[in-house]
Write a protein that binds this ligand. Structure first.
Ligand SMILES: Nc1ncnc2c1ncn2[C@@H]1O[C@H](COP(=O)(O)OP(=O)(O)OP(=O)(O)O)[C@@H](O)[C@H]1O
Ligand SMILES: [Mg+2]
Length: 370
């Protein structure tokens, strides 16, 4: 383990009662001082991961480490972790200052210290002038900042944020995205941020964990997750995709839509059934003769920066294209793409399984003297 690791899950499973696992044998590490995002649909297990980190629920199996220390049996109030909840959970009968001071009063700090720490926390979130305001007199975005100040005043090493922006309107939400990112940089602590909004995740994170059905499907920097989705779920959840059934004939050659294409993927079984992803912006409009695919344009929308063109090929597959070029509805166009634009995915494979497969494939290659 590297010295910069702050959180480590080792084969962690969580079941409530005797029901099916809501987290299923999950392992990962998080580094100190980074901004992590847990991204996935409702019920996939995001909040459960936060609760396991903060100690609000216990793991059914597996080990959880914070700062190299096994914390399975360490109670929540003894962990250097604070949470900002979705509804902020502020105390309506206390003013801004007392909301932030609450935890410090419980810890029985001296008044002068409380004064200093609260003011510092409020300065961090640009609310130093609001100490005496009632919570009911604060806007949604300001309440959000009070909740953050209340969490950071305890000087946690990890800040957990459970969909903290979902109650805000779009403009405020975008502003708070910048603010949170900036705050994380200034504080230099680890943020674990939960959202089911893929654009938010792409914009804010050092690293994204894409989760579905209690399993981490893929983790990585935003560009990798976007450019190299590991499976259909990730490709579909992050951005728009064309996903089509295909067959991996051999290394670097995939067949779909009745044709063979050069690609950059390897490590599949010969003739294995696969799914193929091509992003709409990687498709280039050309003439019928020059295109790899022939598509009849069905509809077209102007999206501000590009046109979104939708059409069908001879086999009835739908293709979405993002292009600065305009097309004509009803006309046949050619679609051209580079080998790098093709992403081949094994059916339902997670990143862990993918890594294991490549490793096995490399070993085999060495044994065979390749
Ligand atoms: N206390 C509980 N008892 C039983 N089942 C629970 C409990 N808490 C959560 N679950 C179940 O565990 C699963 C994962 O829940 P979790 O709250 O982690 O999802 P989530 O990804 O945060 O979803 P959302 O985006 O809706 O907040 C869900 O199916 C949920 O119903
Ligand atoms: Mg949740």
């Amino acid at each position: 383990m590297s010295t910069s690791t702050i959180i480590r899950f080792e084969n962690v499973t969580k079941q409530y009662d005797n029901d099916a696992a809501v987290l299923d044998n999950v392992s990962f590490e998080m580094e100190r001082g980074k901004f992590y995002t847990l991204l996935g649909p409702s019920g996939c297990g995001k909040t459960t991961i936060l609760r396991l980190i903060s100690g609000l629920v216990e793991a059914s199996h597996g080990k959880i480490y914070i700062n190299d220390k096994l914390v399975n049996d360490v109670p929540a109030n003894k962990r250097q972790v604070n949470t900002v909840f979705q509804d902020y959970a502020l105390f309506p009968h206390l003013n801004v200052f007392e909301n932030v001071a609450f935890g410090l009063r419980v810890k029985k700090l001296k008044n002068a210290d409380i004064q200093k720490k609260v003011q510092e926390a409020l300065r961090f979130v640009n609310l130093e002038a609001y100490e005496n305001r009632e919570i009911s007199e604060m806007s949604g975005g300001q309440r959000q900042r009070v909740a953050i100040a209340r969490a950071i005043v305890n000087e946690p090493e990890v800040l957990l944020l459970d969909e903290p922006l979902s109650a805000l309107d779009l403009k405020l939400r975008t502003e708070m995205q910048y603010e949170l990112r900036e705050l994380q940089r200034r504080l230099g602590i680890t943020f674990v941020f939960v959202t089911h909004d893929q654009e938010e995740a792409l914009a804010m994170s050092d690293e994204i964990f894409v989760i579905n059905k209690g399993k981490i499907q893929q983790r990585g920097v935003p560009t990798d997750i976007y450019d190299e989705p590991i499976n259909r779920f990730v490709a579909d959840f992050i951005g728009e995709s064309n996903i089509i059934q295909g067959k991996m004939l051999r290394d670097f050659v995939v067949q779909f839509d009745g044709k063979e294409f050069e690609c950059v993927d390897q490590g599949f079984n010969p003739n294995e059934s696969v799914e193929v992803v091509i992003r709409p912006e990687d498709l280039e409009i050309t003439t019928k003769e020059k295109g790899h695919l022939k598509v009849k344009v069905d509809s077209q929308l102007f999206r501000g920066v590009h046109y979104e063109i939708c059409g069908y090929d001879e086999n009835g597959n739908e293709w979405i294209v993002h292009s600065t070029k305009k097309a004509v509805v009803g006309e046949e166009i050619g679609l051209y793409f580079e080998p790098e634009a093709i992403h081949v995915m094994r059916l339902g494979e997670t990143e862990e399984e993918f890594d294991a497969r490549l490793e096995a494939y490399d070993d085999q290659g060495v044994e065979n003297g390749n």
